[in-house]
Design a protein around this ligand. Structure first.
Ligand code: FES
Ligand code: FES
Length: 159
């Protein structure tokens, strides 16, 4: 038995029909056709499915869609601002923070949350913020560098 729900994703309302056990990840990708959010492990280990729920990163593979009807959901498609890439998106590109790119949406979401809270994070704070995200390609060094570059740009924009 499905029920109609409305999900607010990236500022738009999506009216969809889902079963109670449909995960937010499945609903985002399959009912809302937003495929930037990736399905990796599906058990909460890899972070590739990370989205912001009222500004807080969550693993959408562990979250039920029906529990999110009163929340603001942000996916990787929604982090650009005024039609321009977010500084963290630009920094991943310039620093080589992605290789196959499968983990990248999750890293961008976690990084954006960190930088929304703190534009001058220490190395330990960056590592801690990204501790729920796994990457099999980059060795993490360039990802951390990208966060530092984006943080610097955001501080410049604030001045
Ligand atoms: S797909 Fe959700 S944590 Fe891996
Ligand atoms: S860039 Fe391939 S898993 Fe991270």
């Amino acid at each position: 038995m499905k029920r109609l729900i409305i999900l607010n994703i990236n500022g738009e309302n999506y009216e969809i029909a889902v079963k109670d056990n449909r995960t937010l990840l499945e609903a985002i990708r399959e009912e809302c056709n937003l495929t930037g959010t990736k399905q990796g492990c599906d058990v909460g280990d890899c972070g590739s499915c990370m989205v912001l729920l009222d500004g807080v990163p969550v693993q959408s593979c562990l979250t039920l869609a029906v529990a999110c009807t009163d929340k603001k959901i942000t996916t990787v498609e929604g982090i650009a601002e005024n039609g321009k890439p977010h500084p963290i998106q630009k920094a991943f590109d310039t620093c080589g923070g992605e290789q196959c790119g499968f983990c990248t949406p999750g890293f961008l979401i976690s990084s954006k949350h960190l930088l929304d809270c703190n534009t001058n994070p220490s190395l330990d704070e960056i590592k801690n913020s990204l501790s729920g995200n796994l990457c099999r390609c980059t060795g993490y060094t360039k990802i951390i560098e990208a966060v530092q570059v984006a943080a610097k740009e955001l501080r410049t924009l604030q001045d």
